[in-house]
Design a protein around this ligand. Structure first.
Ligand SMILES: Cc1cc2nc3c(=O)[nH]c(=O)nc-3n(C[C@H](O)[C@H](O)[C@H](O)COP(=O)(O)O)c2cc1C
Length: 199
């Protein structure tokens, strides 16, 4: 049975454009994988605390020495990484907020990029430790940045995914959603989604 991990980060929840595009893709994936399991990690409904000294000290303390609070921090980190390791397919619903990803999604990446677990440094440089798998990114924006050389969001997403070993990345953009051509942009995104070869 295949597993798809859907990581949501829109503050608009299921009404978010990125969540709706992701749902369309997931329905297609389920049609193709009727026995498939979808795991949802909603970073807005269940926020992950920003990385801080308490997080770092919990993760760097030996498991047997951790306080109950530190155990909870480490358990969440382990759970988030396990969700990713166990997924055959990853769907990232990634709106642009202030030229970048939502801070909720950044907090998730801070948790899952773990030295020795999802990447490591070698004499030849960093090496991703996750087995590669398809990643579908739904990039929604109010404005238009893709062709203007002003996209700081998706290049970063591709960089960090590649850093942990995930290189089979398909991005579907829906740009200008706060502009007059929003309906056409959504139609275009739908047609791109519907023509993706899903695996
Ligand atoms: C806090 C916030 C910041 C935003 N910043 C940007 C931005 O920098 N550039 C942009 O094009 N759109 C920006 N937008 C608009 C969103 O990208 C747009 O509404 C998108 O459709 C949101 O996707 P979602 O519905 O999945 O959350 C912002 C929206 C919010 C709520």
């Amino acid at each position: 049975m295949k597993t798809l991990l859907h990581v949501k980060s829109s503050v608009f929840g299921d009404q978010g454009q990125s969540a709706q595009l992701a749902d369309r893709l997931i329905q297609r994936w389920l049609h193709q994988n009727p026995e498939g399991q979808v795991v949802v990690r909603d970073l807005v409904a269940e926020p992950i605390a920003h990385f801080d000294m308490q997080t770092i000290s919990a993760l760097s303390t030996e498991a047997a020495q951790r306080s109950p609070d530190q155990q909870a921090v480490a358990a969440l980190s382990d759970r988030l990484i396990a969700e990713l390791q166990e997924a055959d397919t990853l769907v990232l619903a990634a709106p642009m907020y202030n030229f970048a990803v939502p801070s909720q999604l950044k907090a998730w990446f801070d948790q899952i990029a773990k030295n020795g677990v999802t990447f490591r440094y070698t004499e030849q440089g960093p090496e991703g430790l996750l087995q590669d798998r398809p990643v579908y990114v739904l990039a929604t924006r109010g404005g238009e940045y893709r062709d203007a050389g002003l996209d700081f969001q998706i290049p970063w997403v591709k960089q960090i995914l590649g850093f942990i070993g995930l290189k089979q990345i398909e991005v579907v953009y829906a740009e200008g959603l706060n502009m007059s051509g929003a309906d056409a942009a959504i139609d275009q995104a739908h047609s791109e989604l519907d023509s993706l070869a899903l695996s």
